[in-house]
Design a protein around this ligand. Structure first.
Ligand code: ADE
Ligand code: ZN
Length: 338
């Protein structure tokens, strides 16, 4: 039996991937205030402390209300660069070797910030991290599901000149009342352009939304997927299709998707043969980055060495990185855990 200290140490040294990360959700309060001041944009809160004190959520919408307010100070390319670089610097120190990052163009277009401004800042930071540290990356444009499919189509048009920078598309924001099927046609258009597809499903929404994501949208993976466990047939389909679930433990705790980390379903997912991975979602709001998520699972959910290994392996195999790179990281993992 390995001690928690051994597992914590292993989790630190092992190469990690991040497959579910909203770049706007990495906006630390300190940086938000600094950029607000630089751009002369007023914030609703008087201080960093007052803002952080508001990070008490009872559901997804509570969080989203603050998330959209926070991102409203991002105006210029340099803001998007600084935000992305701050995140990449942090996770590089945690031995994250590959990131797949969501951005929410509609959250900025609505404030008059051009698509080009957003993506150029984010992409330049990703390229710099790749050059400096060899960190590989994919970029995922996410559609806001509380808006219309027409708005998603308009966003796709704006994205077309930048398709060589975009690897996939996602679906996020308020889940309840906005099922995946609402976006069926726009996802078909994305797939026709060769883009990968993922969707948030089963975070708060019912198993039916996960069915729609798989059977109608034909997603390449599922973001969250917690509520899929309520439906045995759905679990069997996810397993048979070897769909990766991008699970976010600290996010689930902060948004009351689980009551306690000891109740987190990630061990059950692994036991059922599902390809669960560990991710941080919106780390500036939820209490920690990649390492903090692993620490919480080791300390409070009692994951063992075999489970830790499986989570790390799933993060590599479920990513969209090149096959050759996958083999390299899998070899490193194998020798670390042997
Ligand atoms: N946007 C940012 N974080 C999100 C989450 N956890 N669920 C849905 N939309 C989001
Ligand atoms: Zn998310």
């Amino acid at each position: 039996m390995d001690s928690k200290d051994t597992l914590l140490q292993l989790s630190k040294t092992m190469p990690k991937t991040e497959l579910h990360l909203h770049i706007e959700g990495t906006f630390e309060a300190e940086q938000m205030f600094a950029i607000a001041q630089r751009n002369q944009v007023p914030l609703k809160y008087q201080s960093v402390e007052a803002l952080k004190a508001a990070y008490q959520f009872t559901n997804l919408q509570d969080f989203l209300d603050l998330y959209y307010q926070g991102m409203s100070v991002l105006l210029h390319e340099v803001d998007f660069y600084d935000l992305t670089m701050a995140y990449l610097t942090k996770v590089h120190e945690e031995n994250v070797v590959h990131v797949e990052i969501f951005f929410d163009p509609q959250g900025h277009l609505s404030r008059g910030v051009a698509f080009e401004t957003q993506i150029t800042g984010i992409y330049r930071a990703l390229q710099d991290a790749q050059q400096q540290w060899g960190m590989s990356f994919k970029l995922i444009m996410s559609f806001l599901r509380h808006l219309s499919e027409e708005s998603a189509f308009e966003t796709l048009e704006l994205a077309k000149p930048f398709l060589n920078w975009i690897d996939g598309v996602g679906l996020d924001s308020s889940e309840l009342g906005h099922p995946p099927e609402k976006f069926l046609r726009v996802f078909e258009a994305c797939q026709a352009l060769g883009l990968k597809v993922t969707a948030h499903a089963g975070e708060e929404g019912p198993p039916e939304y996960v069915w729609q994501a798989i059977e109608q949208i034909k997603v390449d993976r599922i973001d969250h997927g917690n509520r899929a466990l309520e439906d045995e047939k759905l679990v069997a389909v996810i397993k048979e299709q070897e769909l990766t679930l991008t699970v976010c433990p600290l996010s689930n705790l902060k948004l009351c998707v689980v009551n306690d980390m000891t109740d987190h379903p990630i061990k059950d997912m692994l036991a059922l043969g599902l390809k669960a991975t560990v991710n941080s979602d919106d780390p500036a709001y939820f209490g920690g980055y990649m390492q903090a998520n692993y620490n919480a699972l080791i300390n409070d959910s009692d994951i063992n060495k075999a489970e830790l290994y499986q989570l790390a392996v799933n993060g590599i195999t479920g990513s969209w990185m090149d096959q050759e790179l996958k083999y390299q990281h899998l070899d490193t993992l194998k020798s670390l855990f042997s």
